[in-house]
Design a protein around this ligand. Structure first.
Ligand code: XUL
Ligand code: CO
Length: 440
């Protein structure tokens, strides 16, 4: 298509005092934070769907933006133009990774065979672009929620014909992800839930969902796909109740069906808040269970009950997210994928750049603050002191499994009056704020 984002050059780092809307204020990709560069820590990714496919429509209104690459009538040519736009965007933004659903990159054909053939054409085109630019695929996934065939679900449908179709679609999506060297493969259960229990066999649906995931595990082994499988929890929307409600629920499911060794989580900030959790809570649950895979970086509107997928600008949330990520040992095969969309009224192409800069700067600043917090051991030292009673005496006996109810009763009968110590929440909140204010 030739240059698409005319008048916008490569986005540069200009430092915290810059007032240039098209410059980074905190994200300085080669700057070292601890032993890794910012780019290595943050592993930013562009989401194909929100960045290249979405044009501002919502349930009440038509598109507000018409992207030039989507104006081409031939669907394969339009898909190629979208690839051109995506790679130019990543290049200008300095983003190394991208993520897609199968249907984001190539149009459906008249049947599955033609749809797969369309995918092959675009995958070959993307592969060429990857080789020329060094951009990488963070994860691929199958869109088993948009087409009306999935009205009752995909892996959790009541219709075995649909289950078979979904399995075939996911098989192809895993093959494509492998072909492009994808580091992960995501399962987000868009329709894997129910609208009413009056017509739903939840037992069969969950068993079948586990069967589908087991088939994916088996097939990945068979074809030598070594990327990490991820499940992206979300409690609701589009279904009233989604089975992959949150990290704790997904872990219970995986353990029941003996799938726990094959899946980690892809945590999305706005999904966490829809489940009435903080973003940090979900990352924390992943960290302590060793299942932190990747992150869909966005933010919701806490006053709304749906997924608004806004670009992340909340510095406090980003700091605490990076704190959990660093404590977990960092994003290994994962990354920070902007599953975020510009607001409907931010319809100009420049707004895409401004939005990504806002998100990347927020996480870069969060990374710097979180690194410093950890380096100084502020919260760690406080927490260690708070639980010190479990490192000696009766507390150590509890942790070591040396005592049961009877021994503890005997101990409690003779113990001195119990003294507690303040949790100092307000003080800790002040300290975190000070780190945010004082970190350049
Ligand atoms: C939907 C959502 C998806 C997944 C991939 O809420 O987050 O875009 O990230 O299917
Ligand atoms: Co997501």
């Amino acid at each position: 298509m030739g240059e698409i984002f005319k008048g916008i050059g490569k986005i540069q780092y200009e430092g915290p005092q810059s007032t240039n809307p098209l410059a980074f204020k905190h994200y300085n990709k080669d700057e070292k934070i601890g032993d890794k560069t910012m780019a290595e820590h943050l592993r930013f990714a562009m989401s194909w769907w929100h960045t290249l496919c979405a044009e501002g429509s919502d349930p009440f209104g038509e598109d507000s933006a018409s992207r030039p690459w989507n104006q081409i009538t031939n669907p394969i040519e339009a898909a190629k133009a979208k690839v051109d736009a995506g790679f130019e965007f990543m290049e200008k933004m300095g983003i190394d990774y991208f993520c897609f659903h199968d249907r984001d990159i190539a149009p459906e054909g008249k049947d599955l065979a033609e749809t797969n053939a369309n995918l092959d054409i675009i995958v070959a085109y993307i592969k060429e672009k990857m080789a020329a630019t060094g951009k990488k695929l963070l994860w691929g996934t199958a869109n088993c929620f948009n087409n009306k065939r999935f009205m009752h679900g995909a892996g959790t449908t009541c219709n075995a014909e649909v289950f078979a179709y979904a399995a075939a679609q996911i098989k192809k999506a895993i093959e494509v992800t492998k072909e492009l060297g994808g580091e992960n493969y995501v399962f987000w259960g868009g329709r894997e839930g129910y609208e009413t229990l009056l017509n739903t066999d939840t037992g069969l649906e969950l068993d079948n969902f586990a069967r589908l995931l087991q088939m994916a595990v088996d097939y990945a082994k068979e074809i030598g796909f070594t990327g990490q499988f991820l499940i992206e929890p979300k409690p609701k929307e589009p279904t009233k109740h989604q089975y992959d409600f949150d990290t704790a629920t997904v872990l219970g499911f995986l353990r029941k069906y003996n799938l726990q060794d094959y899946f980690k989580m892809n945590i999305e900030a706005n999904h966490a808040t829809l489940a009435q959790h903080t973003f940090q809570h979900e990352l924390n649950m992943c960290r302590i269970n060793n299942v932190l895979g990747s992150v869909d970086a966005n933010q919701g509107d806490l006053m709304l009950g749906w997924d608004t997928d806004q670009f992340p600008t909340n510095i406090y949330d980003a700091t605490m997210a990076m704190y959990e990520i660093l404590k977990a040992g960092g994003l290994t095969t994962g990354g920070l994928n902007f599953d975020s969309k510009v607001r409907r009224a931010s319809f100009e192409e420049e707004d895409l750049f401004i939005a990504y800069i806002a998100g990347m700067d927020t996480f870069a600043k969060g990374l710097k603050v979180a690194h410093k917090l950890l380096e100084d051991g502020v919260l760690e030292n406080f927490v260690a002191d708070r639980y010190a009673s479990f490192t000696e005496g009766i507390g150590k006996d509890i942790v070591d499994g040396k005592v049961g109810f009877k021994e503890l009763e005997a101990y409690a009968m003779k113990q001195a009056p119990i003294k507690n110590v303040s949790g100092k929440q307000e003080w800790l909140e002040t300290v975190v704020n000070q780190y945010i204010y004082n970190q350049a």
